[in-house]
Ligand binder design. Structure first.
Ligand SMILES: [Zn+2]
Length: 275
């Protein structure tokens, strides 16, 4: 699943092409998208200029001034810059600009696209509940973790995946974050104390390093940037999808278990404890 670093990379590539450009047309193609969202509302953004292109957590925001077109890539969605003649399969949404066509392609159809009014904080209203961004100031992330940790025995891994606690992390970078600080993924939040600050720092570090490497592309090539370029951070993952491989720090075999419905990867020696 694309997480904040991949989505930020997508934003960078698209911003250079769409900021200031007029959205000439928009077509919702995916049946699930059409069922879940209002194509007529979506059509209201046609003919309007894109003021800026932002990312909030894992959401891409095509800012139109008073409202915005918001896209979430779901599990395996991709935004692709293509020429008009390109014939892609699994197309969900097509955005026509004079100089580019941007297509949302998603074989698993979990992507979302909707139009939303901007609130007084300048964010689309449906995104108002998101926590501090993983690329934002680490004090804000730490403060949010501490606030949610109070009296909470919730596993730290689960909290890191909760977009209201910190926006932008998914399974992969949450596992990498916890490896860096030597914290077992099922450790209850309320015993972590000052280690929450280290976790906040590590989350930001992992996100920035992943972005600098262009994100993570696995063998399934599910993630590629809008110009079809893969990310190179996969080679630097310490634990995620490395079950059975040696820990880069101590050579113990990395383990994978399902914790509260999500796969978690950790080093049983470097990350002891848990709940
Ligand atoms: Zn280890």
């Amino acid at each position: 699943m694309p997480e904040a670093p991949e989505v930020e990379r997508v934003r960078e590539v698209l911003a250079a092409r769409v900021e200031g450009a007029t959205l000439e047309g928009i077509r919702m193609v995916g049946r699930r998208l059409v069922r879940r969202h209002d194509p007529e509302l979506l059509a209201t953004v046609s003919g309007r200029p894109i003021v800026s292109m932002r990312r909030i957590g894992k959401f891409l925001v095509f800012d139109l001034g008073t409202d915005a077109l918001v896209v979430h890539l779901g599990m395996a969605g991709r935004l692709v810059v293509s020429d008009a003649s390109a014939t892609a399969t699994h197309v969900q949404l097509v955005l026509d600009f004079r100089r580019a066509v941007i297509t949302l392609v998603d074989p698993r159809t979990f992507s979302e696209a909707f139009v939303d009014v901007l609130g007084t904080d300048g964010r689309p209203r449906r995104l108002a509940g998101l926590g501090p961004d993983v690329f934002g100031p680490e004090e804000e992330i730490a403060a949010s973790l501490e606030r949610h940790a109070a009296r909470s025995r919730r596993a730290i891994k689960t909290a890191l995946l909760d977009q209201r606690v910190v926006a932008g992390l998914g399974n992969m970078y949450a596992d990498e974050t916890l490896f860096r600080v030597g914290v077992h993924p099922s450790t209850p939040m309320n015993v972590l104390g000052r280690r929450l600050v280290a976790i906040a720092e590590a989350a930001g570090d992992v996100a920035r390093e992943a972005l600098a490497a262009g994100g993570t592309t696995f063998a399934d090539r599910a993630y590629r940037d809008p110009l079809d370029r893969p990310g190179a951070f996969g080679a630097r993952l310490a634990v995620y999808q490395r079950a059975g491989s040696p820990c880069p720090r101590c050579a113990t075999s990395i383990v994978r278990r399902v914790l509260q419905g999500r796969s978690a990867h950790w080093c049983p020696r470097c990350q002891q404890g848990g709940g």
